[in-house]
Ligand binder design. Sequence first.
Ligand SMILES: Cc1ncc(COP(=O)(O)O)c(C=O)c1O
Length: 374
Amino acid sequence: MKIKPFKLERYYTINEFSAKYSLCNSDCEAMTIKDLLALEKGASEKFENLWLGYTETKGHPELRQNVADIYTNIKADDILICTGAQEPIYLFSKANLKEEDEVIVQTPCYQSVQSVPESIGCKVLNWDVKYEKDIPVFDIEELEKLITNKTKVIYLNTPHNPTGFHFSIKEQESIIKIARKHNIIIFCDEVYREIEHSPEYTIPAFADVYENGVSVSVMSKAYGLPGLRIGWIITKNKSILNNVAILKEYTTICNAGPSEFLAGVALRNRQTILKRNLGIIKSNLSLYEEFFNKYKEFFTWYKPNSGPIAFVKMNFDKDDMAFAKKVLEEQKVLLLPGGIYDYEGYFRIGFGRTIMPEALRQFEIFVKQNLVKV
Ligand SMILES: Cc1ncc(COP(=O)(O)O)c(C=O)c1O
């Protein structure tokens, strides 16, 4: 079956670089190569002398060890380095699913976890968010009801894009118990892991605590280095990892050597980078708190405990696509409308970037001119 266009990525391709003020980015502030290399003594000289030949298809052993160091039970051999998070999401489904399989997807979602299984011919069931007193929740009893004897994979994403929801450790344990009972793979997109707003919200990677758990992460979000296009897929299940590795030889074969080198520098210094990014997040979050307090008549937001994004409910209208278009045309501020996720009446905002205070100022001008009645 033909794969559907990726609505969110289409939206960014068209708007991201022409909008003056982006208020909806899902990554943390990036940095220059020079600033990154300055984090490690001797890195600059090593980078200049890097050999630009082909690299190991699995990823450089040193980089795989740097990735393994983020986790508890994961070894370098349980890891495949890939291009961003998008490549392993695509490859995992293509390499491990058959037409007759069913999958369950935590929704709204990053579209590839829905569209790739659909393109294989799988039946895709949605495990939808519910808002209880404006707080996003995922009902685990409902998840269990969606399981049949054909269910092969449960696709999760925590911290969650776009709602900002994050599973507690108890919820994680319950989901793993259910998956284990039914012998189901859990695929968890963990691209916002390690940017919890306080250490108490950190939960283990699914691949670290479940034998059929697969976790994907990336340099793009918490570490703010999307330009490297370095991500990874990890699992203790050798057959799943091998299937992905074999298919990768049809997509990118191996990764960009300079990017692998720079990702290694960043990961060895990740606490410094995370501290800086968390500082930006906390300062931006306080501005949103003030803003949403002031304009609660028009907007309701859920303040997340992890990650750099939140989902905002519009109390004055449901047409998020038209609203985002008007905000972009009149004030050059980019919002991500809920319609992109097939979720009406909401829009996504980000708070990992240093442009955010200015973008919020511009958005407030729009709100005053268009929503506030004088
Ligand atoms: C939840 C989620 N997963 C995966 C990706 C893809 O990450 P990358 O652009 O690094 O491939 C994104 C990017 O927006 C995302 O938000």
